[in-house]
Design a protein around this ligand. Structure first.
Ligand SMILES: Nc1c(C(=O)O)ncn1[C@@H]1O[C@H](COP(=O)(O)O)[C@@H](O)[C@H]1O
Length: 163
């Protein structure tokens, strides 16, 4: 059973949410990806969120744009940690998505990431960090990823910087 569930409000969110999937793949974390919408498929959302823990998921990543109620509604139905990714919207550039996700009422928590692809990648990283608490292989993969990232930055010299 996959350890991380990536859910998104529409298949149009996939180019953004794919960055979460790519990060999980890089770190060797199993995941599933599915379209579920609080607005368009409310019953499916309830069913998915209520059974997610029993199904063996450890973390849920929810990505949505505009009136992005998806991550909050999932969080309302499960004790699993939920990370929310505000997908960039065509009308308001993702500010609407960000504010919809981040302004949760006290007592129901969503960990909100940055708007867009970087936020999705970091949601994948954070989800892997949760999984790593009980998985040594993933822990080592995260440490190797961070070490390589640091080495890449340190290897930059002035000449290789863009003019
Ligand atoms: N914000 C939500 C929810 C939800 O929060 O349940 N369901 C779909 N959507 C969002 O609507 C946007 C446009 O969707 P379409 O491209 O399908 O019209 C998407 O970014 C999706 O996440």
């Amino acid at each position: 059973m996959p350890k991380v569930a990536i859910v998104m409000g529409s298949n149009s969110d996939w180019p953004t949410m794919q960055q979460a999937a790519l990060m999980l793949e890089k770190l060797g974390v199993s995941y599933s990806a599915k379209v579920v919408s609080a607005h368009r498929t409310p019953n499916l959302l309830t069913e998915f969120a209520e059974q997610a823990a029993d199904a063996g998921y450890q973390v849920i990543i929810g990505g949505a744009g505009g009136a992005a109620h998806l991550p909050g509604m999932i969080a309302a139905h499960t004790y699993l940690p939920v990370f929310g990714v505000p997908v960039r919207s065509s009308q308001l550039n993702g500010i609407d998505s960000l504010l919809s996700i981040v302004q949760m009422p006290k007592g129901v928590a969503v960990g909100t990431l940055a708007i867009g692809e970087a936020g999705a990648a970091n949601a994948g990283l954070l989800a892997a960090q949760v999984v790593a608490l009980s998985d040594k292989t993933v822990r080592e993969a995260i440490i190797a990823f961070r070490t390589e990232q640091t080495a890449t930055v340190l290897a930059l010299d002035e000449l290789s910087l863009p003019q």
